[in-house]
Design a protein. Sequence first.
Length: 344
Amino acid sequence: MIFSLCYNLFNKNMLEIQTSQQENKETLFPINMYLLPGENIKDGVRWWKKYQEADNKLKNPYFLKEIILKALNDSSWSVRQEAVRLSENINDEEVRSKVKEIILKDLNNLDWSVRREAVRLSEKINDEGFKKEIILKALNDSDWSVRQEAVRLSENINDEEVRSKVKEITENHFREYNLSSDLNLYDKSKGNKSFGNKLDKTGSETILLDKIPGMLEKSFRGKIIMRIIKFSSFLAWKKAYEDHEAWRKAGFDYVPVEPILYFSLQDDMTMRVYTSVLDQNIKFLSLENDMRLKETLEEIKIYHGHLHDRNICSYFKRDNKGNRIIDKMPRQYIIDFDQAEILK
């Protein structure tokens, strides 16, 4: 609690003080803006004096230094995090040294979220050499989100070694993705990955396809999947898929909706929809979703239901041999319309 209080007090600027030279007294202005219903002016002034006492104590550098140093040794990551943020207000070499020590320590934490936060906090340190040390270490982290944070931090570091490492890490990330994307999809399936096996996921029921009876024994592995979806939701999906004009007006040169190849209505009023297999979702690639997707769905009055980055798939351009071109940004496609509705 004390750290939140301190942090808020540092960013005070809530109140204005008028000094009466005749009485040499401080009063709160405008007091009525800070009074709760039922409170009177005297109560407001009394609490303002208490506020001033706390503020004056907080401005004492020795008091704050003691608090920060103690907090930096706390076993709780969140307390250490708040102490690092507060340390920006202290011009003290002992504090700066301790903060660096804590950041380096947290960068070796077993919890990836703590390591990522350590990278973020290092941004507040006014020491480019230290930041470089953090970036180079974080770029070799086993977790992509930590590496991603290091890439972001490197944007303000003018260092050839850092730039070279960032380029290497980014290229390796997409290369690893390129080799594993198809396998990741099928590793989640059950049995021998043949026709009729269900993909273990939430949302619409998805079935991986290999050889489909009656289709000349041709394998569709890695090319086509079948989704089983309620009829009403399929109509919303179909409407979004067919409205190419709306997507063109939004600035797309393609329809960014999961491609519908074929569909058939079943006796239970569900649709079997055969659709092309796309690449991994944008969360896997740590990409930001294209906001035009959501805006255009709203424009054509379609409610998707769960349009998050796991339900937006990427698709890389290919060369003439069918290989992904990984140094170009991929397309984005909305998938999984199992909760979709057409709005009135």
